[in-house]
Design a protein around this ligand. Sequence first.
Ligand SMILES: C[S@@+](CC[C@H](N)C(=O)[O-])C[C@H]1O[C@@H](n2cnc3c(N)ncnc32)[C@H](O)[C@@H]1O
Length: 292
Amino acid sequence: MTKPPICDYEGSDYQKAFWEEGGREYEDAVEAIALRRLLPRSGKRLLELGAGAGRNTPRYAGFDEITLLDYSRTQLEQARARLGNSPQYRYVAADVYNLPFAPAVFDTATMIRTIHHLKEGESALKQVSQVLAQQAVFILEFANKRNLKSILRYITGKQKWNPYTLEQVEFVKLNFNFHPRQIRSWLHQNGFFINRQLSVSHFRVGFLKRKLPLGFLTGLDSALQWTGALWQFTPSVFVRSTLTQGAPLHDFAFQCPQCGNHPLKPVLADIICPQCGKRFPYKDGIYDFRLK
Ligand SMILES: C[S@@+](CC[C@H](N)C(=O)[O-])C[C@H]1O[C@@H](n2cnc3c(N)ncnc32)[C@H](O)[C@@H]1O
């Protein structure tokens, strides 16, 4: 089986360039509101998929344990430098297509701005369903191909691809926008029951962001997010779903991404799979489960 390609953030200054200096205060604020609306107040073990430099991680403070997973080790190093080495956090470099966790070890997961980079989104969602416990909450954010701007561009002939068709669009290499119906169908097929959808980032337009006060735009977006229950025409959509299948929450353990052996004890040292002998390094507080 060929491995899906990975959008590599190794060495990227994404957090600084895109968020801290990129004029994205509005996007960050409205995403924080959506997360607050959808996330349980507290829980035992949350998995943050594609955590990057940990922009959202402080928003999960009500959870006992937070596992930050990202393919890029340097993103996790930045997250660790920002968040610290508290026992509340576990840093794991791994591929969302091949998660290194035993079944049913998380009661919550989030995937924000990450499916955006996945050519095979459904296969990643299947992996997520396997590491979640029954009744676990999963919050997925996706970039919406059927947004108002792409509809207008399509009907005025400025854009070739059709925003209404189900297939994902790759507008830049390894950057994908999805149709809301496609995402819903993948979630259903993998045992998720959708509880709530929010339309987010209604005013992601340079001109509006420059001319109108941040508080005003954020407040207006917040007031409109509920319309995601009726329609989704914003560039970003948040979906909260619950896993209807699987086992009750198990104690935390890793699983060998090479041979599937589990449970592997989460010792604070290199982890060696007793079945296939593969060694997974643990260095500077970060586990490395990437298969290269
Ligand atoms: C756009 S960033 C989003 C980071 C963070 N969620 C946020 O919203 O600030 C996408 C992240 O997904 C990670 N990523 C992309 N493909 C991945 C894969 N196959 N497995 C694990 N992480 C991946 C990238 O390394 C990057 O840090």
